[in-house]
Design a protein around this ligand. Sequence first.
Ligand code: GLY
Length: 281
Amino acid sequence: MKADGLAAGKGVVVAQTVAEAQDAVREMMTEGSMGDAGRSVVIEDCLVGEEVSLFAFCSGETAMLIGAAQDHKRIGDGDTGPNTGGMGAVSPPRGFDRAAQEAALDLVVRPMLKEMVRRGTPFRGVIFAGLMLTETGPQLIEYNVRFGDPEAQALLLRLTSDLLPALSALAEDRLDTTPVTFSDQAAISIVMAARGYPAKPETGAVISGIADAEALDGVRVFQAGTKENAARELVVAGGRVLSVCALGDTVQQARERAYAGVKAISWDGAAWRTDIGARAL
Ligand code: GLY
């Protein structure tokens, strides 16, 4: 049951029984528990399964698979604690190989693109389909028209051609003439966050070890919430500070490499999940 208006991220009740669902609708619609946001509600099937993110370059009716990744949205190990922007991603997710990803594009992306063309509003850009892999197949939760973070860091490590020509070709509608290639390797991104994230991240701590991490085999570090202070030191300047990413021949290898990179980096209050990619093994 979803309040159909803006509810600061608190407008959803995942009901386990019909009675709970009825209570939620009554509270929202007749008791006004969500204010005006809950005067009308959206009722959807409760989806059970693994949530994955599927990415494609799209232009007109053409969708070119980039790949899929699994985000880890909660702050704590074992998917505990509050939601975040994403604490790490692994690609590919377990049980969702390229054949299954292509099948999912056929099911939820290509028909949408076709309909956009039919309406005279063709789409061109990156589609990020949020899917639930249920027992009866993939179900669409949402479309985003952008890359995901921290999914992009893992996925783009697997790009073996250049990104810029691919994006130019996409913008100029000549994707079919520009080879875009991806490796079959596994990739992982692990977010290192500031103490207090997501509620109240502490900023200002001096960061060390990024060069040491990047000297490790297959490891890349992408900075996000960082800046240089007056003393020209690199310091924490946001909640999700950086992501340590690695490629490997297997998820296991990528994971070991990325966590070795995490160990090399430090600042006072650095926090990260220790189970990124565990479900993909
Ligand atoms: N990682 C989820 C998102 O970018 O929306």
